[in-house]
Design a protein around this ligand. Structure first.
Ligand code: AMP
Ligand code: MG
Length: 403
């Protein structure tokens, strides 16, 4: 079981199966941007808009009344005093957003009248209801509004604000512990000694966690030492998820997998994917632990494929939240194994066709970060193929906007 190679889909199913969304917490409207809404209806306690108002600057009158010229008996402005009533032979000057005066049923824009002192000649007769925004024409009182299951954006903030909602229930950001492992990792900010490298995965995974809506808890990196890895993994009480990187393979000093097996449980550790074949998943004291491969590109790509959907499940959001588009590959992209590959590409609009094209973003070794930075997408070459062929179309996952 632990030795079997899983498909990406099967792995994803197992990784997310046991996850329950975090509990709700209430935040103010000012802090709600990008938070995951709790999936329940918001009831409109009043009409939006709350009263009938004018869509134009003009004059409110009775549409059926052709009694010109008519007398302008007052004005109605947004937030102003209650306007006088309108009857046959009269009109009230109205501004955009101002209440429609009692008795009026239409607004004539200022451009369609002639004003002569306090008299008004209507040049274009309005239809009944013209330029009147009825109370509740946007959201009638009592409507059960369901927010879309995606991070809250400005449009939803506008709707919540218009409804008068100032405290919004959202899912608590999942707390994610991040552990880098390896004797070769230099201390943060320290100059490199012989054989040392900077820890790229810790800061990178912390950033990826935050971008996915989580709260990152960056642990002190562990040396390739079973006891140290064990103590770090145990020291994650209160976290919803633990991500380790490095030490998950079959190398002599790869301890994450063995420690998981010994102090908790190991559910599997190989996935038919490139980059990222060695990937461990298990539990320590009930907390899910994902062991990602150590190469920074592998760590980030497997985070994207497996951990990001886990974070979204913890936020009760569906899928990976990414846009997938088919794109025509501009140059052959060989891959090194029959496993399904996720290759680093630049996707752009294809001027010749009605879609997108994808150009290789650079070298595809899992130790090469530059192409991951230069690219904006992952191109999926299905299992069994030797390469992505020039001119063929493949599914891509957009990680950044298309230029
Ligand atoms: P491992 O999976 O521990 O065998 O690591 C595979 C490769 O990734 C090795 O070249 C490591 O030096 C490198 N690596 C592991 N962890 C990190 C890290 N936190 N930052 C940068 N490179 C790493
Ligand atoms: Mg290592």
């Amino acid at each position: 079981m632990a030795e079997s190679m899983l498909t990406v889909e099967a792995a994803l199913e197992r990784l997310t199966a046991g996850l329950r969304p975090t509990e709700a917490e209430t935040v103010s409207l000012a802090d709600v941007l990008d938070r995951a809404p709790v999936d329940r209806a918001v009831t409109a306690t009043h009409d939006v808009p709350p009263f009938a108002n004018s869509a134009m600057d003009g004059f409110a009158l009775l549409a059926a009344d052709a009694d010109d010229p008519r007398l302008v008996v007052g004005e109605s402005r947004a937030g102003g005093p209650r306007p006088p009533s309108v009857g046959p032979g009269t009109a009230v000057r109205v501004m955009t957003g101002a209440p429609i005066p009692p008795g009026a049923d239409a607004v004539v824009p200022v451009e369609e009248v002639d004003e002569r002192g306090d008299r008004l000649v209507v040049r274009v007769a309005p239809a009944r209801g013209a330029h009147v925004r009825e109370a509740g024409h946007d959201v009638p009182m009592g409507t059960q509004v369901r927010l879309p299951r995606r991070p809250i954006g400005a449009a939803t903030v506008a709707l919540l604000a218009a409804l008068g909602e100032v405290r919004v229930p959202v899912h608590r950001r999942p707390r994610v512990a991040i552990l880098s492992t390896g004797d070769e990792l230099a201390a943060l900010g320290a100059p490199l000694g012989p054989g040392q490298i900077h820890d790229a995965n810790g800061p990178a995974l912390a950033a990826a966690v935050r971008a996915a809506g989580g709260e990152a808890v960056l642990l002190e990196p562990a040396r390739d030492d079973e006891a140290e890895v064990e103590s770090r993994l145990r020291d994650t009480v209160g976290c919803d998820l633990v991500i380790a990187s490095g030490g998950v393979s079959v190398g002599r000093y790869d301890h994450v997998r063995t420690v998981l097996e010994r102090i908790g449980s190991l559910d599997f550790w190989r996935i038919a994917v490139q980059p990222g074949k060695p990937l461990a998943f298990g539990h320590v004291d009930g907390r899910p632990v994902v062991g990602l491969p150590g190469n920074p590109v592998s760590a980030l790509v497997t985070f994207e494929l497996f951990v990001r959907p886990m974070l979204r499940a913890l936020l009760d959001l569906p899928g990976d939240g990414r846009i997938h588009v088919p794109a025509r590959l501009t140059a052959r992209l060989p891959k090194s194994a029959p496993r399904r590959a996720y290759l680093r590409v630049v996707v752009a609009a294809d001027p010749g066709a009605d879609g997108y094209r994808a150009a290789p973003a650079g070298g595809q070794a899992s130790s090469q970060l530059l192409p991951l930075v230069a690219g904006n997408a992952l191109l999926i070459v299905p299992e069994g193929l030797e390469a992505g062929e020039a001119g063929a179309t493949y599914e891509t996952i957009l990680l950044e906007p298309v230029a």
